[in-house]
Design a protein around this ligand. Structure first.
Ligand code: FES
Length: 316
């Protein structure tokens, strides 16, 4: 069980249309756990917990800041966040990143669409601290440009830093070919935004010969996930096999077989439903495991992740 943080809202402001920035601190104003760039905070909203990228600096923070897009027809987490006022209290899991910058990169190419700019803010804070070389492409619709002044100020402080503001996804995709083709060797690419935009950027990079190890994507929530292929999971403890049909999560399939797995968010962000894997290859779709943990392939987040092959084996 991961210990939760009790936080109090100390400020609320509108960052752009339908985007609200909430500042959180400890009730006594004490220091909060530091976090690495690209971290998100899992906030226990009404209903399932939700993950929101931290837009503030992660070194010895006195507060955490998140910027949240209101999704009228979502599960309710964003509406709950938008209703928060100064003095309200929230519970959250400590920050965690599955989207951290690679320290050995010669350059960091950040590509953001809409609210996907939020994890880039903590990347930029860290880049300024460590003098990293950064280029940012940021596409947003008119009126929805959150943190524009912040990113411009942060990038301006970087050696050779460069930011391009683009009016929409088409403009972004129109710039991609040249930008991807003119990066120095050893550049790492980080992309966050709507799923279709992420897919287009990754496809363009792969077509341009970028190795997968230099591509990093942050997707938002379980809504971005497809139903997935069916597979079966062998439980070595009981010797039984459980089928996981398309559109049914591994967690729900295990529930149906009477195998209880702890869970909290059901969105791949909190880490509660992590189970070990002893054979087979997980198809990771969570925001919790690090790249290294994913490569190890010995654990899976049962609420969102699946199997790359027809079978997975778990010691349950
Ligand atoms: S329940 Fe939170 S990661 Fe699965």
């Amino acid at each position: 069980m991961i210990a939760t943080l009790k936080l109090v809202v100390t400020a609320v402001e509108d960052a752009a249309r339908d985007i609200r920035t909430v500042t959180l601190a400890t009730p006594d104003g004490g220091e909060l756990p530091s976090f690495v760039p690209g971290s998100h905070l899992v906030v226990e909203c009404e209903g399932p917990a939700n993950a929101y990228s931290l837009v503030s600096d992660g070194v010895l923070p006195e507060h955490y800041r998140i910027s949240v897009l209101r999704v009228p027809d979502g599960a309710g987490g964003s509406r709950w966040i938008h209703d928060l006022g100064v003095g309200d209290t929230v519970s959250a899991l400590p920050p965690r990143s599955a989207f951290a910058p690679v320290a050995t990169a010669t350059k960091h190419l950040l590509i953001a669409g809409g609210i996907g700019v939020t994890p880039m803010l903590s990347h930029l804070h860290a880049a300024r601290r460590w003098g990293r070389r950064v280029q940012l492409l940021y596409a947003f619709r008119d009126g929805y440009g959150a943190h524009v002044a912040d990113v411009e100020e942060l990038v301006a402080a970087l050696p050779g830093g460069c930011v391009e503001l683009l009016s929409d996804r088409a403009a972004l995709l129109g710039r991609l070919g040249e930008v991807l083709g003119t990066q120095p060797l050893g550049t790492h690419l980080y992309v966050c935004g709507p799923g279709a935009m992420i897919d287009a950027v990754l496809a363009a990079a792969q077509a341009g010969g970028w190795p997968a190890s230099r591509l990093h994507a942050e997707r938002f929530g379980v809504d971005a996930l497809d139903p997935g292929e069916p597979f079966s999971v062998t439980l070595t403890g009981s010797g039984s096999t459980v089928d996981v049909p398309s559109g049914v999560s591994l967690l729900d399939a295990l529930d149906g077989a009477g195998v209880a797995v702890p869970r909290l968010c059901r969105q791949g962000v909190c880490g509660e439903c992590r189970i070990p894997v002893t054979a087979g290859t997980p198809l990771h779709r969570d925001l919790f495991l690090t790249d290294e943990e994913r490569r190890a392939g010995d654990a899976v987040m049962a609420c969102v992740s699946r199997s790359l092959g027809p079978t997975l084996e778990v010691p349950l």
